[in-house]
Structures are given as structure tokens and as C-alpha cells.
Design a protein around this ligand. Structure first.
Ligand code: ZN
Length: 293
């Protein structure tokens, strides 16, 4: 069952996906590549496109503890965790909690969380699977939402980087299948092969839409039916020229959205990467247009 609503006359209509957003996620890191502009532009573009917006609440401590180690959370709150690409900004713990809350709300209304910081490189103890940095991530938003739901879930990670944090959290979890298409070799250097419930599809730089969509079709063809919900780690740094370019265009995101719709399950989305300002909003719009088509 896709994201549908029942009308008074008993007919089924497809609901337009709601966007989860708070201005509060724009208040840090103006100098950083993972800066506020990318989400600010996307918000403005999606507002013009007449999407409906919802405000998230911060995730609760118990939500975070289903995914992250207590000591890691304590250190994050105190501003004691920093690495070369993931600064300890003032109040980042509170903003990260709000971003995780965005994914939680998206999982409840089957919406799209347009929040930052992103999450898929954050593992149980911070940096994941032996990778030195957390790749701009503090809390693993999608993992927090999936754990809170307790539902059998397919996590589809279409960010251009491998979600090493998400794989670490769900490795061996019988309720979750993790599928990631990502550029390799590239940061974070993990995800070269599949391991158990984590199915990894490394792709060469700038491989292009045809190869990407063929790989996605193959991946979704082997995941079976044993999940109720699809959770999408929606990254747009696969766009031609972006940080993890796989040579995709706006039209490619429409094609990806159509494939996700083809799974015919309730679906929600959380933003990961995508660093080329106005491209992020257009990518989201195309992904959702394909999903709702
Ligand atoms: Zn990425």
C-alpha cells in the first residue's frame, strides 16, 4: 500500500508527500560545505511548488538510545566530539535532535524530512565501521526513525556515499534490509561488498543514469517482500558535479522515485547529502513527482 488517503466517496487518492522543516536547522555552519544554503534554497523552491510543510519536535533521549551509545550522546551534548569534517558547533546536539525528530515525524506521516545535519555516517559510537570521521553527521536520523517504528523496513540509501553508520546500526538486524547504491572507491571507503542483510552496490564515479537505474532495478528485484515500510536516505550528491557524483540529472531522480513507488509500500524520506544549493530542491521535487506519478 503506497502513501494513500481514503476520500469520503470511498475512492483512494494518492497523498502529496508533506515536507518536514524547521528554520532552526539553518542556524549553523555557514562556512562549511554542509552549510545552510543547500537546505534554505530547497525550502524556498519547494514552497514555490506549493508543498505542505510540518514543523518537527526534537527526538527524545529514549529515541536516541535505541541507536546510539549513552557515552557518545553525553560527549556530543557537551561538545566534546569533533573530527576534521564534523565540527562541534554550539548547540549542535539540540539541532541534531531536531533533525532526528524530523525523520521521526516523516516516518509517522510518510513525509520527507528536509532537515540538517544529515545522519547516515553516524554509527553507534559516532564514527562507524572503523572510519575516522562522521562525514557531517551527528545522530543517525533514519536509523532513529526506523528503530522507533519497530516495523519491518527496507532502508534504501540513494545518497552517493555509503551509509556506514546505518549499516553498523542494522548489521544482522532481522527486521531491516539495508540497500545502498554509492560511489566507490570514495569516502567513507566502506560498502564494497554486501554483508548479510546489508546489500551494497558500489558504482564507479559518474557512471550515469542508465547504469544507476539498472543497478537500482537489480537491487530492488532481490530484496523480496518481507518489509512493511520503505525508509529512504535521500541524498542528492549523486548529481553531476556534486561531491559523490554518479552523473545523475534531475530526470534521474524522477526515475528513482518511480522505482520506489513500484515497491507499493508506505514510504518516508530523510535528507542526507546534496551540496549544490538549488539542485537539492529540484532533486527532491523530481524524486517525489516520480514517486507520486
Ligand atoms: Zn553523501
Amino acid at each position: 500500500m503506497k502513501n494513500v488517503a481514503y476520500q469520503d466517496d470511498g475512492c483512494i487518492s494518492l497523498m502529496r508527500t508533506k515536507i518536514i522543516f524547521s528554520e532552526r536547522c539553518l542556524g549553523y555552519g555557514t562556512w562549511h560545505v554542509e552549510g545552510p544554503q543547500r537546505v534554505k534554497f530547497a525550502h524556498e523552491f519547494l514552497k514555490e511548488r506549493k508543498y505542505e510543510f510540518l514543523e518537527p519536535e526534537p527526538a527524545e533521549e529514549e529515541d536516541l538510545l535505541r541507536v546510539h551509545d549513552r557515552d557518545y550522546l553525553w560527549n556530543l551534548r557537551k561538545g566534546l566530539v569533533e573530527d576534521s569534517d564534523t565540527p562541534a558547533y554550539d548547540n549542535i546536539f539540540e539541532i541534531a535532535r531536531l533533525s532526528a525528530g524530523g525523520a521521526l515525524l516523516a516516518s509517522k506521516v510518510y513525509g520527507f524530512s528536509l532537515m540538517r545535519p544529515p545522519g547516515h555516517h553516524a554509527g553507534v559510537f559516532g564514527s562507524a565501521l572503523g572510519v575516522y570521521t562522521r562525514g557531517f553527521c551527528y545522530l543517525n536520523n533514519i536509523a532513529i526513525a526506523v528503530k522507533a517504528s519497530g516495523k519491518r523496513t527496507l532502508i534504501l540509501d540513494v545518497d552517493g556515499h555509503h551509509g556506514n553508520g546505518t549499516q553498523e546500526v542494522f548489521q544482522g538486524d532481522s527486521k531491516v534490509i539495508y540497500v545502498s547504491l554509492h560511489r566507490h572507491p570514495h569516502y567513507p571507503g566502506t560498502g564494497f561488498s554486501s554483508e548479510g542483510n546489508c546489500l551494497n552496490f558500489p558504482l564507479p564515479a559518474d557512471c550515469g543514469e542508465k547504469k544507476y537505474v539498472e543497478t537500482l532495478d537489480h537491487a530492488l528485484g532481490i530484496v523480496g517482500e518481507k518489509f512493511e515500510v520503505v525508509a529512504v536516505s535521500a541524498g542528492f550528491d549523486t548529481y553531476q558535479g556534486d561531491l559523490a557524483s554518479l552523473g545523475l540529472s534531475e530526470k534521474s531522480y524522477f526515475e528513482i522515485g518511480k522505482r520506489i513507488a513500484g515497491l507499493k509500500k508506505k514510504t518516508f524520506f530523510a535528507l542526507e547529502g546534496g551540496y549544490m544549493g538549488e539542485k537539492v530542491g529540484r532533486g527532491i521535487d523530481q524524486l517525489l513527482a516520480g514517486f507520486e506519478s
